[in-house]
Ligand binder design. Structure first.
Ligand code: HGY
Ligand code: MN
Ligand code: MN
Length: 366
């Protein structure tokens, strides 16, 4: 029986060993490490009386009972050199609550790709349940040229119509609950998010024999643009914009960069502000929007009124599930606001509060 915070955290530790890399946690979509994590979590689902299955894109879904049900869960994939709670904490809290309430029809999801690290497109897992998996994504390739289509089965499935709601426990990944000195908080909305790819084309040349005034250095152009991205975000209240990836080609120290591919991540609570910022940032460059998701309102009615309310700057699978049912999220305090980093942490006492709060939420709904 795993129903308390300590055992949930011990399971997070065990799950963190399922990694693509020795010495740090990286568990991307469609990798053997993710399959290993799924097998581990499927066993824990069975112990909680859930019947696990893996769907066409690799989501792990553990259900019991018939008819309309509440879906609980989060994602099992991670970023690169990740913390061990972003995603897994929500999946394991959901299983612990399923264990506590063994008589209730329920379903728990361990989504296969919320971060979108491998193919640049977030929510590949939850998009399938929401009927929002875009077949055009199948043509996407990862950095090694592996096509997404080679990793998935038949995605032509209808959106789920049997969910009375989706609820997710997740670390806050920010400073608010720590500043309020509160263990948990209720999410009111999730910021809209645009992900794009920008290509800078120059001319590769010899670093030693090419005079500075005869160069077409793609990285210099990219660097100037990155500074523009930063300046616009600093000057626009509530806007965050990030260039997290730069692929420099050919990537040799003695060659003037001929081509640079940059990522762009832009977010804001108001869609019009985000869309205008993206327009400005892509106006003078060769850019392609990979994915844009509008801001999503969350249903906070199932949680106690005395819990603090806050918006989420981070994206979550609830963004996709909001297409098919009401979505609710409960944040757990993030010490230092640290996330997407191995120092990401949670306190056992805070997780205990989250478990009790989610248990009461589920009891009231089904
Ligand atoms: O990037 C995000 O907002 C989330 O961690 N996927
Ligand atoms: Mn997450
Ligand atoms: Mn994340």
């Amino acid at each position: 029986m795993v129903t308390d915070a300590r055992s949930v955290l011990q399971r997070c530790d065990e799950l963190a060993r399922c990694s693509e890399e020795a010495g740090r946690l990286t568990r991307r979509f469609g990798t053997p490490a993710l399959a290993q994590a799924r097998d581990l979590v499927a066993g824990w689902m069975r112990e909680a009386g859930l019947h696990p299955r893996v769907d066409a894109v690799g989501n792990l879904l553990g259900a019991r009972g018939d008819g309309p049900r509440l879906l609980l869960g989060s994602h099992l994939d991670t970023v690169i050199d990740a913390g061990r709670y972003d995603g897994p904490l929500g999946v394991l809290c959901a299983i612990a609550v399923a264990e506590r309430l063994r008589d209730r029809p329920l379903e728990v999801a361990g989504f296969a790709d919320e971060e979108g690290v491998r193919f640049g497109t977030a929510y590949l897992g939850s998009a399938l349940l929401a009927g929002r998996f875009d077949p055009a994504w199948l043509d996407r390739t990862d950095a090694d040229g592996v096509p997404l289509r080679s990793l998935v089965g038949d995605i032509a499935v209808p959106p789920r119509a049997d969910l009375i709601g989706y609820a997710e426990v997740h670390i806050e990944q920010g400073p608010v609950l720590e500043a309020l000195d509160r263990p948990v908080g209720v999410v009111t909305a999730i910021a809209g998010q645009t992900r794009a790819r920008v290509t800078f084309t120059g001319r590769a040349a010899h670093a030693g024999t090419t005079p500075m005034d005869l160069r077409s250095d793609a990285l210099v152009a990219a660097a100037a643009w990155v500074l523009e991205v930063h300046a616009l975000a600093r000057a626009t209240p509530g806007l965050v914009a990030t260039v997290g990836e730069l692929r420099v080609e050919p990537g040799a120290g003695n060659v003037v960069p001929g081509r640079v591919v940059a990522s762009l991540d832009v977010r804001h609570a108001e869609d019009a502000v985000r869309e205008h910022a993206v327009e400005q940032l892509l106006a003078a460059v060769e850019g392609e929007v990979l994915q844009a998701n509008g801001a999503v309102a969350c249903d906070d009615s199932g949680f106690p009124a005395d819990l603090p309310r806050l918006a989420s700057g981070a994206g979550h699978d609830a963004v996709m599930l909001s297409a098919v049912c009401p979505v609710s999220m409960l944040f757990v305090r993030s010490p230092g606001g640290i996330s997407h980093h191995p120092d990401e942490a949670v306190r056992e006492a805070d997780v205990a509060v989250a478990l009790d709060t989610l248990t009461a939420f589920v009891e009231a709904r089904c």
